[in-house]
Write a protein that binds this ligand. Sequence first.
Ligand code: CP
Ligand code: NVA
Length: 299
Amino acid sequence: MPKRDFLAVTDLSKAEILELFRVARELKSDEKAAKPLAGKTLAMIFAKSSTRTRISFESGMYQLGGHALFLSSRDLQLGRGEPIKDTARVMSRYVDGIMIRTFAHSDVEELAEHATVPVINGLTDLLHPCQVLADMFTIEEALGGLEDRVVAWVGDGNNMANSWLNAAATVKFELRLACPKGYEPNREILETAMGKTRIQITEDPEEAVRGAHVVNTDVWASMGQEDESEVRAEAFEGYVIDRKLMRLADEDAIFLHCLPAHRGEEVEAEVFEGPQSRVFDQAENRLHVQKALLVKLLG
Ligand code: CP
Ligand code: NVA
């Protein structure tokens, strides 16, 4: 069987995503029982910081009976200019899978092209598919299903927004995005998703959130954009998820944030800590869903 990579949500079919969630539910209810990855190693390359991704993949591999290697790209020869295609072929001789978090999405594609083991995207400037899998699982858990749900995205058209577009296109739910002018999602991803499901894009957060079942945001300046923080803070004024905005959503709506969050910037502290917030379930679900993914790809 050819190896499977997971670089984007669209690498899985809707049926595969729902099956993954079934396995994730099973693993979540019986956390440390099965060891399907005994003797297997996952290499984890990080060119950016991480709390959740690193710890959930590392603990997940351990719980499945396997082992994970944390590799900062600064310490690998990759950081001194060894080509990605050579790194991919060398690593494939040692490990059973590679997870990578880096800047350029094309680097991850190149790694996947030359690796003979599965490659998992742990975040690029373009996409964050593992997070959005966990987010969809969290919605299913909290609201009992994704179909007929309206998901609102308020803020930057960033890697998370792009992955939500891919998710909506694959699973077929309605997605409404409110982004300031100049901060829209990737055009190609947006247009492809628009051809597959109901996507609305506006500059007005109220329009996006009205009646939505999920209200979702992320930081205004992503990793690598620290220099733009001030300009972005001005552009995103008015894109804060506060109690007033939440009141426009469905009365049972949940609030999601991939974390880390900046209280008082993209989200009001009262919403973040409030009864509608599922942010810590969402963070926990990274572990369960990624374990299911690891079993599927490396098992
Ligand atoms: N949400 C997320 O990916 O968190 P980390 O950056 O801490 O991995
Ligand atoms: N958009 C954020 C997500 C962090 C998990 C970033 O790329 O920094």
